[in-house]
Ligand binder design. Structure first.
Ligand SMILES: Cc1cc2nc3c(=O)[nH]c(=O)nc-3n(C[C@H](O)[C@H](O)[C@H](O)COP(=O)(O)O)c2cc1C
Length: 199
């Protein structure tokens, strides 16, 4: 892979961007608030993949706040720190993310996915998009007629190509606009966003 590696944000840039997100949230606190979350089709599931715990924290707050079920998308083979080294072109994550057909195996499936009308899918941004294991997850179920909402944490990047990936892999689902939830948003802020999406 070429120069793209170098475009991954450094820690300082990520902190600045995270600060920018917080400032934006402070300026427009009520812009997207909904009165009540509506779950028209069934129960709500929050499914997430998290390699280093950041997305997991957001996912837990989201599930608690919505009273939703929580499911961790666990890789069959956990990612080691070496696997996550994006500076190394040969690391597992680099190799997976540069192969569009890569589908890392998931350790367990959601029991009775059919009961969920809405599925929030959380992940870290890898290489400006959702990790390959999220593609594995999306291809593992029939999401026809369901609502899918992506959310992510990142070092500063937005969702990038994620929305188009979701729409391509789940053509019969209603894929809603997702959001990067950086800067450790509190539960109330996360839930307000989630409710606005479900409105
Ligand atoms: C392999 C890899 C690639 C990454 N690519 C990006 C990226 O393109 N843009 C970005 O802002 N952050 C990137 N990051 C940083 C993660 O998105 C960020 O640290 C995230 O919050 C980690 O979430 P987690 O703790 O749930 O795994 C990358 C991290 C890894 C390990």
């Amino acid at each position: 892979m070429t120069g793209t590696h170098n475009r991954l944000p450094g820690r300082r840039t990520a902190l600045k961007l995270a600060g920018g997100f917080a400032a934006f949230s402070a300026l427009f606190p009520a812009a997207c608030m909904a009165a009540e979350a509506k779950d028209r089709n069934g129960k709500v599931l929050v499914a997430y993949f998290s390699a280093t715990g950041t997305t997991a924290r957001v996912a837990k707050k989201l599930a608690e706040g919505l009273g939703a079920d929580l499911f961790e998308i666990r890789p069959e083979k956990p990612y080691s720190p070496q696997d996550l080294d994006w500076h190394d072109k040969q690391s597992r994550s680099s190799v997976e993310m540069h192969d569009p057909k890569s589908r890392p195996a998931i350790a367990a499936k959601v029991g009775n996915m059919g009961q969920y009308g809405t599925v929030f899918v959380g992940f870290p941004i890898w290489w400006h998009r959702s990790p390959a294991i999220i593609s594995t997850f999306l291809e593992s179920y029939d999401f026809s007629g369901r609502t899918i909402v992506p959310f992510a944490t990142s070092g500063g990047s937005g969702l990038g190509k994620t929305e188009s990936i979701f729409k391509e892999l789940c053509p019969k689902a209603a894929v809603r606009r997702g959001r990067v939830l950086n800067a450790s948003p509190d539960k109330a802020e996360i839930v307000e966003w989630a409710k606005s999406v479900l409105r």
